[in-house]
Design a binder for this molecule. Structure first.
Ligand SMILES: [Zn+2]
Length: 202
């Protein structure tokens, strides 16, 4: 579930002194796919302003919103884009790559034995010495203490039940997980695009 409240809190946190847009080098553009959903939620798809402006001139993106800041050159003045949308739809592969980051994201950066967010590492659910493989279905996020405690045993042997059975997620499922992690900085023009598919409460 998308944590709208948390997003809101992060947005409010943005004080004038902390506003990165005062600093030209920190005016990233939120990149939307051609269907106006973020290309990626976590990490949030952001391009440096130079890349965004280059893409505008190459006709690869449309400008959706802009910062108040302008860049000047001998040939043009232009407001720095804050939200851009790709003209050509980028299709995500159905299944994401099996990487450390994606395993953490699938498990919401939480130990699957105790729920801790600290000292995270990986655990083979069925230990390697018992034939456990290094796959989506057998690798989970675990904190170091739980990893130590479990040792070379199965969850059953160790009496350490899993929060949820590990699955190979689809890209869509991983995107949903990514929405739970609002970025540390949020420009006001980004909000609509991170919010729009929030389910409305009755
Ligand atoms: Zn743990």
């Amino acid at each position: 579930m998308f944590n709208a409240e948390l997003i809101e809190r992060v947005a409010k946190f943005r004080g004038v002194d902390e506003d990165p847009t005062r600093n030209l080098s920190a005016c990233p553009a939120l990149v939307l796919n051609a269907d106006y959903t973020p290309l990626s939620y976590y990490p949030l798809s952001l391009w440096p302003w130079q890349t965004a402006i280059k893409a505008v001139f190459l006709d690869r993106v449309d400008i959706v919103a802009s910062y108040d800041r302008e860049v000047h050159s001998p040939s043009f003045d232009m407001k720095i884009p804050s939200v851009i949308a790709l003209r050509q739809y980028v299709k995500h592969s159905e299944f994401p790559a099996f990487t450390r980051f994606n395993v953490f994201l699938r498990d919401r950066f939480q130990c699957q034995y105790c729920g801790s967010h600290d000292h995270l590492t990986f655990d083979h659910v069925t230990p390697r010495r018992l034939g456990g493989r290094t796959t989506w279905e057998n690798i989970i996020t675990a904190c170091a203490p739980c990893n130590m405690k479990k040792g070379g045993r199965t969850p059953k042997q160790a009496a350490m039940p899993l929060y949820q059975a590990p699955i190979r997620p689809t890209s869509w499922q991983l995107q949903q997980a990514g929405k739970l992690f609002p970025p540390g900085y949020l420009h006001e023009t980004w909000r609509d695009w991170l919010y729009w598919d929030v389910e409305l409460e009755a």
